[in-house]
Write a protein that binds this ligand. Structure first.
Ligand SMILES: Cc1ncc(COP(=O)(O)O)c(C=O)c1O
Length: 436
């Protein structure tokens, strides 16, 4: 099937198509959910979903196919919806084509090659690296989890000076990052007894990590700088490519880990990605995932780009033949689809503007500009993210809220992630009801 977006050439085309659509969830079915303001068992939500499905698709006894279905293969709203995990929205049409090629009972009977070379070749072309610079994993989360054990073995235990520093002050190889970021690496480091130094990120500065602040830390000793670009949950770049390159060159014994989980939401002409610098700087690590911009979280694929020596170390902890044919082909198709990211960025910008327009209407709330498919918000009138989280959960929507940890209090904040069209409409209706 040809892409339903074929021929969409401008933001206006998508906007026109969007406004031509009627809300997927009729107000009546939304209202039928509202009286149930308690935490409800999952069976209830399944029941609501089935009712909603029957209502929408068997109207007047005939199946109704809406334009949305062609664009996003969107299913009727199914509550509860999870807007707390940052799932992407749509996958490339090329991935659908791959799945449609695997319909026979023999189509998956063969192993792939041991190291998934066909996919490595595609990554080499897209990212300007060599096969020995790539480590494939089941998502980028598992790679981030391997980072701290790697540092302990390779950066602390391998040097008597660093062992001594670690034992005396826990400063064998500290983690340096921003206050409000994705916490997988800092948490793991704290749990393993490493020092974590979090630097201020302020909305006035677009939540940027300031180079002089990072340098002040690195002058005390080498460490790993975790740069989430663009950052979860702020939706903004923590650093520009030339700033990271400047630091990587000046501090060769430190490691600069750039988590580009959401980078494809930003066009390359607006922000230069950093992967092609990997062959030039041994101390650079770039992690990527197919979970968000490629809409393939359910496929579980990600990769790390770094020096051949570091990649060998990561590889030594896993077996080959660990990715199946479908994973390999879907990932390669995603990376080579020429239309997908252009369409996704347009669609995301429109949906983000729509949700933002709702958020801007409410008193006592600040919503920060985002380059991604999620929006960071803050109550300025004493209400907490946890309060909104609970209220939305009663209406079948899960969002991300922030628990206080020592030295940090982000309880006034919450993060909303864009879903597919009918989820966004439902979200805005519920926000209007609670905050409008
Ligand atoms: C910044 C960032 N990096 C990495 C991940 C891990 O994603 P995955 O394991 O699906 O690749 C997430 C997930 O939320 C994330 O927000």
């Amino acid at each position: 099937m040809a892409s339903a977006w074929a021929g969409w050439s401008s933001r206006d085309d998508i906007a026109a198509a969007r406004s031509a659509r009627s809300p997927r969830v009729p107000p009546s079915s939304v209202r039928s959910v509202e009286p149930c303001l308690t935490v409800l068992p999952s069976g209830f939500w399944s029941f609501v979903s089935i009712c909603s499905y029957l209502h929408l698709s068997l109207k007047n006894g005939a199946a109704v196919v809406q334009e949305d279905d062609l664009i996003t293969q969107e299913r009727p709203l199914s509550l509860p919806i999870n807007l707390g995990l940052n799932d992407g929205t749509i996958c490339p049409q090329s991935c659908i084509d791959v799945m449609q090629q695997h319909t026979s009972r023999t189509s998956l009977r063969h192993y792939t090659t041991a190291d998934n070379e066909p996919l490595l070749d595609v990554i080499c072309k897209v990212d300007g690296v060599k096969p020995e610079n790539i480590y494939l994993a089941h998502g980028s989360g598992p790679i981030l989890k391997q980072c701290v054990p790697y540092l302990i073995t390779k950066k602390i235990k391998s040097s008597t000076r660093r062992i001594a520093r670690h034992l005396i002050s826990k400063n064998g190889f500290p983690i340096i990052s921003g206050h409000l970021t994705y916490f997988k690496v800092p948490i793991k480091a704290m749990n393993r007894g490493l020092t974590v130094r979090l630097l201020p990120l302020s909305p006035e500065d677009n939540f940027k990590l300031r180079v002089p602040d990072v340098e002040a830390e690195l002058k005390k000793g080498d460490g790993l700088v975790y740069i989430c670009n663009p950052n979860n949950p702020t939706g903004q770049l923590m650093m520009e490519r030339d700033e990271i390159e400047y630091l990587a060159k000046k501090y060769p014994k430190s490691i600069f880990w750039v988590d580009e989980a959401y980078v494809q939401y930003i066009a390359r002409d607006e922000h230069a990605y950093i992967s092609d610098l990997v062959p030039k700087y041994d101390n650079l690590c770039v992690s990527r995932t197919f979970s968000f911009a490629y809409g393939l979280a359910g496929v579980r694929m990600g990769y790390l780009l770094s020096s051949a020596e570091r990649i060998k170390e990561f590889e030594s902890q896993v077996t080959n033949y660990r990715f199946g044919t479908l994973q390999e082909k879907l990932a390669a198709a995603a990376l080579t689809d020429r239309d997908h990211l252009i369409q996704l960025r347009k669609m995301t910008a429109i949906d983000r503007d729509d949700v933002m327009a709702h958020l801007k209407k409410y008193d006592g709330l600040e919503a920060y500009a985002s380059k991604t498919h999620f929006i960071l918000c803050k109550f300025t009138d004493g209400r907490t993210g946890a309060w909104l989280g609970e209220e939305l959960m009663k209406r079948g929507i899960k969002i991300k809220v922030f628990k206080p940890v020592p030295g940090q209090d982000y309880t006034a904040y919450f993060r909303l992630t864009l879903g597919v069209n009918n989820e966004n409409i439902y979200l805005c209706e519920q926000l209007d009801a609670l905050l409008g």
